[in-house]
Design a binder for this molecule. Structure first.
Ligand code: KG4
Ligand code: ZN
Length: 334
């Protein structure tokens, strides 16, 4: 069969990334330019600052991705780009760059859903086996997705308020830890014991939705009330207790989703999958339940364009092409 080289572009949040993927699963290059340094001093991603940084970097990142893969524009079969969800101003930069390339080089254009990308990150390591259930947990999303086959997605559950990573970042902030707080809580939790009684939002029986804002408020109230009594909480114990609460709900709902759908393949994706307790706990529970778990390496878990090119290749093969009127969709559904 003929070689299919696809360019991917991702600018949905604070990473400018371009990548080349061959035949939907062979990684030829994956360039990622993080803006963490500029957003850190604001304690979060500032949308307009993100857009400006993307527009400065995107063309050079694309050039580098092509160079590193030793691929010319004319060798490509398609240009794929994150269409949504994400920050609209940030998405528009990638979409505009992709359209310009598609127009100038006469290449097919494909718009990709960011969550589909996260799931396909695993495909770059080992081919996905269907049917599967994926848990995608990042700073912007917490979702359970069922995939009966390539390109087919059914959302089983989502967060009703904060994303899991967002909860980590907000709790880290009240503990005076730097942004993004997830890795700091992870580290601090190792020095503590999960002794504090914090809520677990199971929601309705059988619900596969998530909710983390109540937990965040419980942490803040606990801190506040102890300080009012003139006492100090052990921060490491608080970090461990908070992390336990988030991880237990993520793990048990992912297992429940796999059982409800009768699948034996579970895929973990998104930045929160860097969490060491989540990895250990999900690995253990999957073993107990006889499920096969895939966790891609960290570099593919966080936002990157290779995952977009991988997911986009299957859309391209399916003939799901975009026109030159493609627009960013901040609330795009799967
Ligand atoms: O996927 P990602 O890089 O960007 C988004 O699309 O949001 O995810 C970033 C999120 C942040 O909220 C960060 O705090 C969280 O992932 N995160 C972690 C860990 N490493 C990153 N959360 C918990 N434990 C970690 N070790
Ligand atoms: Zn993401």
């Amino acid at each position: 069969t003929e070689k299919c080289l696809v360019l991917g572009i991702e600018t949905s949040c604070d990473e400018t990334s371009a990548a080349v993927v061959e035949n939907g699963h062979i990684l030829k290059s994956n360039l990622i330019s993080s803006q963490m340094d500029v957003h850190r001093r604001f304690g979060g991603v500032v949308p307009e600052v993100a857009s400006r940084r993307h527009v400065e970097r995107v063309t050079q990142i694309i050039q580098q991705a092509l160079d590193e893969a030793e691929v010319r524009l004319t060798d490509l079969s398609a240009v794929t780009v994150t269409q949504g969800p994400g920050l609209v101003g940030a998405l528009l930069i990638g979409v505009s760059a992709a359209k310009a390339l598609s127009f100038a080089a006469g290449l097919p254009l494909v718009g990709v859903h960011h969550i589909a990308g996260h799931i396909y990150a695993s495909h770059l390591v080992e081919p996905l086996q269907f049917p599967l259930v994926a848990l995608v947990a990042s700073g912007g999303h917490t979702e359970l997705i069922y995939m009966p086959d390539h390109n087919r997605f059914e959302r089983l559950g989502k967060t009703r308020d904060d994303a899991a990573g967002e909860a980590f970042d907000k709790v880290a902030r009240v503990l005076d830890l730097p942004y993004p707080g997830g890795p700091h809580i992870d580290r601090l939790a190792k020095e503590g014991i999960a002794t504090l009684d914090l809520p677990r939002a199971w929601l309705e029986p059988d619900s596969l939705d998530f909710s983390f804002s109540g937990l965040k408020s419980a942490v803040i109230n606990l801190l506040h009330n102890t300080r009012q009594r003139g006492e100090e909480l052990n921060k490491a114990d608080l970090a461990a207790s908070f992390q336990d609460s988030v991880v237990e709900v993520l793990v048990e709902k992912a297992i429940r989703a796999a059982k409800m759908k009768g699948v034996s393949e579970l895929v973990l994706a998104g930045g929160v999958s860097a969490n060491s307790h989540l990895r250990e706990s999900l690995t253990l529970r999957c073993k107990e339940e006889g499920l096969h778990l895939r966790v891609p390496p960290l570099k593919l878990c966080t936002d990157n364009a290779a995952m977009i090119a991988a997911a986009g290749t299957y859309r391209f093969r399916d003939g799901q092409l975009a026109g030159l009127n493609l627009n960013a969709e901040p609330n795009l559904s799967l």
